[in-house]
Write a protein that binds this ligand. Structure first.
Ligand code: PEP
Ligand code: MN
Length: 363
């Protein structure tokens, strides 16, 4: 159920509605949009009497949210949510690229990857310290040592870090070192973990389970939101279908569908959908063209030696090419992808008064 306040409703009127919701035994959830204030009513709706709220001053209407996800729904929050990661806005005009190795393997590998992705315009660094592997004999990640290396890479490059939290017991360490907590596809329905990340205020990148519907993804987001953490970024990373030429099938439609149903930012992971490097750039372009708010992509300086997912890792040179293509696509749809930080700043136009020694005029 949501309570839509009239345009210009006063703080006192909003306060009265919140108080009444609490008195009725429900939890209010305030959302201040650009135009108007909406208050979500969380709890068992069958016991809810809308009449008590409809009569309050400042209330325009009380409407049921028919979908099972409430706080994640567009009805509750009509404007796009922008998640702020250390000053990088995810969900705004910029399509944000997050890049780095699948797993943190050692200092040289991580720093080489981090510096390369930074050089070509990535805004966040990805890298797993705790890896969810199908085989218990495969490389499981460096654990805490990996988190420490990520912190060093962050200090060197200035790139905020996104890294996966596999288990509740690792959460305090992840919160200490990471800027975005990644919940992987295999944990999308680990409800206990979702509730715990809902209790912290760090942004969460929630990946779609490989056999999950979009409604299930949004219900998982709802677990996080309902505990108070509104900084959730959804991620489409491919789902399992009968097709075997790709590791997973990238569900491009997930992007516009999620953006229609929800206010949360949506990013695309072309790497885990593709499974093979040759496809990654194409899927990344499709994701941006479909309206994704960003891309999370795997890059490794020496994929032939990678301990995890080498076949789908881009070389830094592939990444550079992909970034150039993404910039063109983003521009074509009224968005932008960050330029490489080395790109020369555009020269100021010459003016009649500039002297021959005015370097700005020579650019
Ligand atoms: C990852 O991004 O490192 C990863 C394991 O992806 P997913 O959870 O989508 O398989
Ligand atoms: Mn991977």
């Amino acid at each position: 159920m949501i309570v839509v306040m009239r345009l210009g409703a006063t703080a006192k009127e909003v306060g009265q509605v919140i108080k009444t919701i609490e008195e009725m035994g429900f939890k209010p959830h305030l959302s201040k949009g650009e135009e108007r204030t909406v208050i979500g009513v969380i709890g068992n709706e069958r016991k809810f009497d809308p009449g008590r709220l409809e009569v309050l001053p400042g209330v325009e209407k009380v409407i049921p949210i028919l979908r099972p996800f409430k706080l994640a729904s567009r009805e509750f929050h009509p404007d796009d949510t922008i998640v702020n990661v250390c000053g990088v806005q995810i969900g705004g005009r910029e399509a944000v690229v997050m890049a780095g190795p699948c797993a943190v393997e050692d200092r040289e590998q991580l720093f080489e990857a981090a510096e390369a992705v930074k050089r070509h315009g990535a805004r966040l660094l990805r890298g797993g310290a705790f890896k969810p592997r199908t085989s218990p004999y495969a490389f499981q990640g460096l654990g805490r040592k990996g988190l420490e290396l990520l912190r060093e890479a962050r200090e060197r490059t200035g790139l905020p870090v996104v890294t996966e939290c596999l288990a509740v017991q690792d959460l305090p360490a992840i919160v200490e070192f990471a800027d975005v907590i990644q919940i992987g596809a295999r944990n999308m329905q680990n409800f206990n973990l979702l509730e715990e990340v809902g209790r912290v205020q760090k942004p969460v990148l929630l990946k779609r389970g490989m056999m999950s519907t979009l409604e299930e993804l949004l219900m998982s987001a709802e677990y996080i939101l309902s505990k108070g953490n509104m900084n959730v970024i959804l991620c489409e990373r491919g789902i399992r279908t009968f097709e075997k030429y790709t590791r997973n099938t990238l569900d491009v439609s997930a992007v516009p569908v999620l953006k229609r149903l929800s206010h949360l930012p949506v990013v695309v992971d072309p790497s885990h959908a593709a499974g093979e490097k040759y496809l990654v750039g194409t899927l990344a372009r499709a994701g941006i063209a479909a309206g994704a708010d960003g891309i999370i992509v795997e890059v490794h300086p020496h994929p032939e030696h990678a301990l995890c997912d080498g076949a789908q890792a881009l070389l830094p040179s592939d990444f550079q090419k992909m970034m150039e293509e993404l910039r063109l696509i983003a521009r074509a749809i009224g968005r932008e992808v960050a330029p490489s930080p080395d790109a020369a700043a555009p020269a100021a136009p010459a003016t009649a008064t500039s002297s021959p020694h005015d370097l700005r005029a020579e650019g």
